[in-house]
Design a protein around this ligand. Structure first.
Ligand SMILES: *Cc1c(COP(=O)(O)O)cnc(C)c1O
Length: 456
């Protein structure tokens, strides 16, 4: 079967509301056409993010009941430590309450002003944490990653030659090399084992530590099994262990592949670095055996890590995202290819060519998806990224105007995906009716969260 049925049955349900078009129009007006200001209760299918939105299993909920809330040495911490060691092979495990705190601890420890941290593509919070510590966040994606229509199996890869050149020139400025699996900011595209091995070789040659930002490591390893020769007979768990063996450590936002609503950790083999990180952890998160989480949450992360590696689940998970992507593609909607691990990206410039970048074509699609069908996605284009030149006032637009439909894990059925595809196809067929937008309020930073717009 090309698209497997869900490998679970549903034991608890959460009612979601359908609203009328009139209500949605009113809510859009009140929100200044900013989708972040629409109450989640008024959304039918919410594809804003796959982060922290997973449905936990009965096994994870049962785990919450054996939460040991001792301040120090909770049994759930030891279970998490054992699980992370089993999955990654790393010795030292430091829990945090989410991924960005792990990044804060790590980069405030290894970065000094003037340093450079390379990554295939930094995720937003990673970039912000590197920059906040005075270092430069350098993206080294492969050239293929920049062409949205190109179907290439490992578009998440790093340009290893560029990494080698950087180290040849600036070895003393690079405290650590990092790689994001899957490459979130490049569309949830996977990184191949060969690429990870090559990054690792370069790092060993230049004696630089190598860390993985492994929020979606299970999805990445599943793609390796599906697409890379030599891996089709290996289990995803074996593939993950091999992948981690090429790096010196990792950090994870457990809100992705560990199937929890909150949690994260760092893991590594360098005991000295681990003890520095733990000192800071006590300052900003808590004692090293809970790191800003309740004991019950540690248990849910430990159980979720194992469930996230389940191959029936990963088969269904990646196929569901692909189902949505292929349904849109078949109907002529321009989508980024190949379909990534956690989201489908629509190329809004091609979708609505009559709306110029200065009038936010991605946001126009976002608004229409909500108005027509109660669906929420997120714009990743001019509204999020366009920058005004401080001297001339001229606007610089990003290369791509994307709309991201991120799929929460185990939350929506494939019939919901069918509904999303049909709704977007309807908008696509009437796309010349779509109108652009004008900003009427913007904050000086991260304006997309709070801006207000007017439909033209
Ligand atoms: C989500 C994410 C983070 C940040 O994690 P939070 O849990 O949101 O703080 C870091 N890196 C990647 C690749 C992510 O997807």
């Amino acid at each position: 079967m090309k698209f497997p049925a869900e490998p679970f049955k549903i034991k608890v349900v959460e009612r979601i509301k359908t609203t009328t078009r009139k209500t949605r129009e009113k809510l859009l007006k009140e929100a200044g056409f900013n989708i972040f200001d629409i109450p989640a209760e008024a959304i039918y299918v919410d594809l804003l993010t796959d982060s922290g939105t997973a449905a936990m299993s009965d096994n994870q909920w049962a785990g919450l009941m054996i939460g040991d809330e001792s301040y120090a040495g909770s049994k759930n911490y030891y279970r998490l430590e054992k699980t992370v060691r089993e999955v990654t092979g790393y010795e030292f495990v430091i829990p945090t309450h989410q991924g960005r705190v792990a990044e804060n601890l790590l980069f405030s420890t290894v970065c000094k002003s003037g340093m450079i941290v390379p990554n295939n593509t930094h995720f937003d919070t990673t970039r912000a944490n590197v920059k906040a510590n005075g270092a430069k966040a350098m993206d080294l994606p492969i050239a293929q990653a920049l062409d949205p229509a190109l179907d290439y199996p490992f578009k998440g890869n790093m340009d290893v030659k560029a990494l080698d050149k950087l180290l040849e020139r600036d070895r003393s400025k690079v405290p650590m090399v990092t790689c994001t699996v899957t490459n979130n900011s490049a569309g949830g595209q996977p990184v191949s084992m060969q690429n990870i091995r090559e990054i690792s070789d370069v790092c060993k040659r230049w004696k630089v530590p190598f860390f993985l930002d492994c929020a979606r490591f299970a999805e990445n390893c599943y793609f390796i099994r599906e697409r890379e020769s030599g891996y089709d007979k290996k289990s995803v768990k074996e593939i993950a262990l091999e992948m981690f063996s090429y790096a010196d450590g990792c950090w994870m936002s457990a809100k992705k592949d560990a199937l929890v609503n909150i949690g994260g950790f760092l893991a590594m083999n360098d005991g000295e670095l681990a003890s520095l990180l733990k000192q800071k952890l006590i300052l900003i998160e808590g004692f090293p055996t809970y790191g800003g989480l309740a004991g019950r949450d540690l248990e849910a992360v430990a159980r979720g890590l194992i469930e996230g590696l389940d191959e029936d689940y990963l088969h269904y998970r990646t196929a569901q995202v692909k189902y949505l992507g292929e349904s849109l593609d078949r109907g002529g909607v321009p989508v980024v290819k190949p379909i990534g691990g956690h989201a489908v990206f629509i190329d809004a410039l091609t979708f609505a060519p009559h709306i110029p970048q200065s009038q936010f074509p991605g946001q126009a699609l976002i608004v229409n998806m909500y108005r027509e069908a109660g669906i929420r996605g997120v714009e990743i284009g001019s509204l999020m990224f366009a920058e005004k030149d401080p001297d001339t006032g001229e606007a610089h637009y990003p290369d791509l105007e994307l709309v991201r439909l991120a799929i929460p894990r185990r939350v929506y059925t494939t019939m919901h995906m069918h509904y999303v595809a049909e709704s977007i196809l309807k908008i696509f067929h009437e796309r010349e009716k779509m109108r652009g937008f004008e900003l009427i309020y913007e904050a000086p930073v991260l304006r997309h969260f709070t801006c207000r717009l007017k439909e033209l």
